[in-house]
Structures are given as C-alpha cells and as structure tokens.
Design a protein around this ligand. Structure first.
Ligand SMILES: [Zn+2]
Ligand SMILES: [Zn+2]
Length: 141
C-alpha cells in the first residue's frame, strides 16, 4: 500500500481512531473498491489476507467508523446494510438484477424541498431502484 497506507493511518488518527492493521485494511477496502460492500463482502474479501479477521471485528470496525463519521450507512433494503467511505452528499441506485449499487450525483442547489423550513436535517438519503445500463444492454443481446 505504501504512501496510501501512511495516509490512511494519518486519516484515522485525525478522527480519533487507533489505526490498527485490520482497521486500516478495512478502510482501504472501502475507498479502493467503492462497491458499497456489506459486512459479509468485506469479510470474504479480506479473510485470506488477514486470517485472524472475524465478522464481528469487521462489524465493530464499521460501527467505529460510523460513530466517527468517516463512512456512511446505506440501507436501500431493510435487510441489507451497506457501507460507503464517500461521505459527500450523493444518492444511490440499486440494480435489482445484478445487485450492484451505483453512486448518483445530486445537485443540492437545484433540489426543491418543501415542508422542511423549520426543520433541521441531520441525514439525507436518496435511493433509486431499477435496472442498470449494463443489465439493460444484456437484455438487448
Ligand atoms: Zn445491473
Ligand atoms: Zn456511494
């Protein structure tokens, strides 16, 4: 990992997270693949490289990252929690055929919200579901 390893270590420290090897690996996975993985997917991807890893460790690490606001939760489906290291404001599209979750860019300055004038927003989630362009192409062939 070289330079990026150092950057992740510094980044975690800045957010009051002790940069253990496993934590660094998990954060690196999230920023490298941007695939909005589940706990299971992260565990499967890293367990060969880190044989001491457990699903509980992955879960607890993600919870720690969430508590320190360096990742966000994506719950498009009630029974499927995914994680995203991109904490900028963006929406998500889930393809119901291949299951992939795509980022959707939002122009918040052009969003018209009604009925929230006196409210304070702590979180916002914009989700879409449907069929992605790759799956649509498959249908044509
Ligand atoms: Zn698809
Ligand atoms: Zn995302």
């Amino acid at each position: 990992m070289g330079v990026s390893e150092f950057k992740i270590e510094e980044f975690l420290k800045q957010h009051n997270i002790k940069p253990s090897y496993q934590r660094m690996k998990i954060y690196n996975y999230l920023i490298k693949y941007k695939s909005h993985p589940t706990v299971d997917e992260i565990y499967q991807a890293l367990v060969d490289e880190i044989p001491t890893l457990s699903k509980t460790t992955v879960y607890n690490t993600l919870k720690l990252f969430l508590d320190n606001k360096i990742i966000q939760l994506i719950t498009i489906e009630e029974n499927e929690t995914r994680y995203d290291a991109d904490i900028s404001i963006h929406g998500h599209f889930k393809c119901l055929e291949c299951g992939r979750v795509y980022d959707v860019w939002l122009d918040m300055t052009k969003m018209k919200l009604k009925g929230l004038d006196e409210f304070r927003i702590n979180e916002s989630h914009v989700y879409f579901k449907g069929t992605c362009s790759k799956c649509l192409i498959k249908h044509k062939n």
